[in-house]
Design a protein around this ligand. Structure first.
Ligand SMILES: [Zn+2]
Ligand SMILES: [Zn+2]
Length: 267
């Protein structure tokens, strides 16, 4: 089994999201989303053993501020370290995001669309559409020298296109946002509950479990539950729910839960 990629979840949840996908053979990496402050970004890179000056691209999944609010400060911080990664976003996201638009003229800005394959330092990033209430939203499947990892958050359902992209990877970062009962009884206003639970909201623990069951190929080694709500979920529930699927199938994949305030790495 080829073990080339590592996924470092620097932060995940409605308070902010940032994940690095690293080619461990070269040390090069790609940052997916940047909803994290510069101090936490640098501290968690160090904890992960990832050199931030090896960052060659930043990919933006969608314009919601929990994915974009740190772009400006982190890009300026990286620039001071002498590195200027290209920033990739969908055209619609670029138009809808104040944070992405503010980078205009300060760095190498590139656009992508769902279906594109981006070649970045020997890594191929396949862009697939997700189902979310954003101008455009996507997930990514990374391929590198025979290894594969996929990352999908902020989607109300798993579309056929997304399922294909997640299938047969070694490392899987999958949204497990809320427990349906906790959401129902929780503090959010009715309209927000409706939005979160809708086809353009977020995946529940049960939806993540159902999808994981369909993704248990022999290649899968590590699963990390992503974008776990601090109001409508606990950090135990997604771990237990996903691990139950793995155990029931007699599969050996290891399940972890990414959190808001600390690093979670799978490799
Ligand atoms: Zn989000
Ligand atoms: Zn979102």
């Amino acid at each position: 089994m080829v073990r080339r990629l590592a996924v470092h979840v620097l932060a995940s949840g409605s308070g902010g999201n940032a994940t690095i996908v690293e080619d461990t053979a070269t040390g090069a990496g790609v940052l997916v989303d940047c909803g994290i402050c510069k101090r936490d970004f640098l501290a968690r890179c160090e904890e992960a053993g990832f050199d931030p000056t090896r960052l060659s691209a930043v990919l933006v999944t969608h314009e919601h501020t929990d994915h974009t609010k740190g772009l400006g400060v982190v890009m300026r911080g990286l620039s001071k370290l002498g590195v200027e990664p290209a920033v990739y976003a969908d055209v619609a996201v670029r138009a809808a995001s104040r944070e992405v638009a503010a980078l205009e003229g300060t760095c190498d800005m590139r656009v992508f669309s769902a279906g594109d394959v981006l070649s970045i330092e020997g890594m191929q990033a396949h862009v697939f559409r997700t189902s979310h209430d954003a101008a455009a939203s996507c997930g990514f499947r990374f391929e590198c020298a025979g290894d594969a990892a996929a990352l999908m958050t902020d989607t109300g359902v798993v579309t056929g296109e997304a399922h294909e992209a997640l299938l047969d990877v070694r490392l899987l970062a999958l949204e497990s946002n809320h427990d349906a009962h906790m959401l129902e009884r929780g503090p959010y206003p009715y309209s927000v509950k409706r939005r979160v639970a809708s086809d353009r909201g977020h995946l529940s623990n049960a939806q993540a479990a159902e999808e994981l069951e369909a993704l248990l190929t022999h290649r899968l080694e590590h699963v990390v539950a992503m974008h776990v709500s601090q109001r409508n979920n606990t950090y135990q529930l997604p771990g237990e729910t996903l691990a139950a699927v793995v155990t029931r199938a007699g599969h050996g994949a290891c399940v972890q839960v990414a959190c808001q305030d600390g690093l979670t790495s799978i490799r």
